[in-house]
Design a protein around this ligand. Structure first.
Ligand code: PGA
Ligand code: ZN
Length: 369
């Protein structure tokens, strides 16, 4: 018997070796655009349903690395050149409490992250993340709530209310000796509301239905009572009215990020910007299937003056391309799970390596206009 992940991986490897490899070998190509175009042709659909975006993105990333290497450049510098961006070390967003689809606990909201925005360097930010994570473990143990970890390495205690999760985070930040604030160690949330909401604006959690206005009030209260600086997928991807309302009312104080809303598609980002649905975008390379598509999404966000957060997936590998991507793109925000589990830490380690090699790179969020 095969575990499903192994079967999936075998399928991806077969596609790369049997289909993509021979097609690439039969052509000459001189740029990442050529390689990605070939992948698109080979796929034949408009969303990589043919060859699968995990196969295409793996080849596209390998090609990006090869082009960087041929040009004698580190991958992050190659990204910066391609995007004409100013490189920057990102604020890491450590997902230390997991709920929703990523954990078996009753917590409906999927991710509660700590973001050391006030750290001086990326290395200091990683230290803060590790110390707060350890303090959180101590708190949970004391309260008899220490259970296992979720898909992204965050703890998955038996809690239900978002306020309880946020109290735990603020307590852990303070236990570790840091200031819980929007300029010290801040908090970011990804409720991933597709998991418990509908396009008509009904959200079911904690044993009852919440309507649109109640959700808007809840988020306003959480942003007032806790140092929440960033809020991703607060509403269902089809509930556009709510997205517009929260960005209009809270967008000045809180970053509103579209993940399921945009799925890293430049076209969808353009549409969202036109209707002022968010002021930031989540960037996941395997959602769009190529490095070129990822660049298009980053450029679209930049064109509209929106922030970008580069992200891992809940299902991950040890590959750390997103670390080079976020530094080269200079967007200042990376989420790659808790400071725990190899496939999460690999990305943070790669940024540490880049910082050690070039300590003159600035660290931190890009100041918002
Ligand atoms: P996913 O979750 O990789 O399972 O889509 C990550 C996220 O929602 O940001
Ligand atoms: Zn998300």
């Amino acid at each position: 018997m095969q575990v499903p992940q192994v079967a999936l991986l075998r399928g991806v490897v077969r596609t790369v070796v049997d289909r993509i490899g021979p097609a690439l070998a039969a052509r000459t190509w001189g740029s990442i655009g050529d390689v990605d175009e070939l992948l698109r042709e080979l796929d034949g659909t408009d969303n990589f349903a043919g060859i699968g975006s995990n196969a295409s993105v793996a080849v596209s990333i390998a090609a990006a690395r090869a082009f960087a290497h041929l040009g004698g450049s580190e991958t992050w510098r190659w990204v910066a050149d391609a995007l004409e961006a100013t490189p920057r070390l990102p604020v890491p967003h450590f997902n230390v409490l997991n709920g929703g689809a990523h954990a078996p606990n009753p917590l409906a909201f999927q991710e509660f992250m700590i973001a050391p925005v006030g750290a001086r360097t990326f290395a200091d930010a990683v230290r803060a993340g590790a110390e707060v994570y350890a303090a959180l473990r101590g708190r949970l143990r004391e309260q008899g709530k220490l259970a296992g970890v979720g898909d992204e390495g965050g703890f998955a205690p038996d809690i239900d209310a978002p306020e309880e999760a946020l109290d735990l985070l603020v307590g852990a930040i303070e236990d570790a000796g840091y200031t819980a604030s929007r300029t010290g160690v801040a908090i970011a949330m990804d409720p991933a509301a597709n998991g418990f909401g509908t396009r008509t604006g009904i959200y079911v959690f904690s044993g009852r239905e919440h309507e649109r206005d109640e959700m808007l009030d809840l988020y306003a209260r959480l942003a007032r009572d806790y140092p929440v600086w960033s809020l991703e997928d607060p509403f269902h991807e089809g509930d556009h009215e709510s997205w517009r309302a929260i960005t209009a009312h809270r967008g000045d104080e809180v970053q509103i990020v579209g993940d399921d809303l945009y799925v890293t598609s430049a076209e969808r980002i353009d549409r969202g910007a036109k209707h002022h649905e968010t002021n930031a975008v989540l960037i996941k390379p395997n959602q769009t299937g190529t490095v070129t598509g990822t660049f298009d999404a980053l450029r679209a966000a930049g064109r509209h003056g929106m922030g970008s957060m580069v992200s891992h997936r809940s299902g991950e590998t040890l590959d750390a391309f997103i670390a080079d991507l976020v530094v080269g793109a200079g967007v200042g925000q990376l989420k790659s799970g808790a400071p725990s589990r190899g496939e999460r830490v690999a990305k943070y380690n790669r940024v540490l390596e880049i910082e050690a090699a070039d300590p003159s790179l600035p660290y931190g969020l890009v100041p918002r206009p």
